[in-house]
Design a protein. Structure first.
Length: 367
């Protein structure tokens, strides 16, 4: 009923009975307040896909409410440091932010389960676990402890495995390697002998350029090309096993959310869902062309060696077991995610996985 009432109030519906005329939208929205929010993004404006999801939310929300609910989007560092957005929303410094939850690994490692963990869920699985599984309710329960109402705000799809200044031929080549990587991915790399670094997107290129780091992961071909990583590191590895389907999230201050009229809450939910799905579609459209351009410009693609993949998987499982033993927030979310993942992986491997493997074989054979 709330969605139906909202359509009536905003004039988006047509009169059902013959001979009647729809009441103009402006006459229907006069009883709804004008609301202006600020959104602090963790991302630079140059990345139209990942930063752009915040702009999609703001634009669609304004359109649906005829300009009465407006959100102004600020890039990372403009009003809040990229990694300070959670604190800003908690404290109501800003009403909303757009971020990747694994940036807050240091506060509580359970945050990573709202984004991505090594060998975790794919984008489709994350959507399913959140929208129709236990993920959505459990994450809402978790975020309530931080005075936040969370919403899915995009997904990159499975990411690439980072840019390296030198080749990784075996597990031994990770020893002492300085790599920009967040979250549990950083823990796994550390256990394998690397030296993880935490840097926001805008600081990664200069760190690679001056040799302060030896490698860096970001997202995938389209964004990585924009940031110019191929100019300072020529080896591009895959897959990004630590980010099989990373969710980007909108965090809303709980008091601000609770104050919204129900029609505005419904409008926000619809706009957020559009931004969420739209980001993945954008990446799936832009990444294929970008990877071709990168290769044409001298980028050398490399698959992670089997010993690295196996060691990373086994190390990740140990880390999860240790964290589950001491962190009930993490255990509750992780157990639910794994219970969802096992049958989902089996199902995905039957029709889609089989077809994907066949099509890859046809491509390799030139057919």
């Amino acid at each position: 009923m709330e969605r139906r009432d909202f359509i009536k109030k905003t004039g988006l519906g047509l009169a059902a009975a013959a001979g009647t005329v729809a009441i103009p939208a402006k006459a229907q929205t006069t009883d709804l307040p004008v609301i202006k929010w600020r959104m602090a993004s963790s991302f630079p404006k140059s990345l139209d896909t990942i930063y752009g999801a915040g702009e999609v939310l703001a634009r669609r929300l304004s359109e649906i409410t005829e300009g009465k609910f407006e959100i102004r989007v600020f890039a990372g560092g403009e009003i809040v440091p990229p990694f300070g957005v959670l604190d800003a929303v908690q404290q109501n410094t800003v009403e909303i932010c757009h971020t990747a939850s694994y940036y807050f690994h240091g506060k509580n490692k359970a945050f990573a389960l709202d984004c991505s963990i090594p060998f975790g869920l794919t984008a489709r699985q994350m959507f399913a676990w959140n929208y129709h599984g236990e993920g959505g309710p459990l994450l809402r329960e978790f975020f309530a402890k931080y005075n936040v109402v969370n919403f899915l705000g995009g997904n990159t799809g499975t990411q690439m495995g980072g840019w390296f200044r030198k080749e990784i031929n075996s597990l031994a080549d990770l020893k002492g390697l300085k790599i920009r990587i967040p979250g549990f991915g950083a823990e796994v790399f550390s256990a394998l002998g690397a030296v993880p670094q935490s840097l926001p997107g805008g600081e990664v290129y200069p760190a690679l350029e001056r040799g302060a780091i030896d490698a860096a992961e970001w997202v995938g071909p389209y964004d990585d090309e924009k940031l110019g990583f191929y100019k300072v590191a020529k080896f591009y590895y895959y897959p990004g096993w630590w980010e099989p389907g990373p969710v980007l999230s909108f965090y809303v201050n709980k008091e601000q959310w609770d104050k919204l009229p129900k029609p505005y809450q419904a409008a926000f939910e619809a706009a957020a869902a559009e931004a969420n799905v739209g980001m993945l579609a954008a990446y799936d459209t832009k990444n294929p062309q970008a990877i071709q351009r990168l290769v044409q410009n001298g980028t050398q693609l490399r698959r992670y060696p089997d010993d690295v993949m196996k060691a990373a998987y086994e190390t990740a499982q140990k880390i999860y077991a240790e964290e589950s033993a001491k962190n009930p927030d993490f255990k509750k979310l992780y157990d639910s995610m794994r219970a969802f993942q096992r049958p989902s992986d089996i199902w995905a491997g039957l029709p889609e996985g089989t077809l994907a493997n066949f099509m890859q074989a046809m491509l390799r054979s030139g057919k």
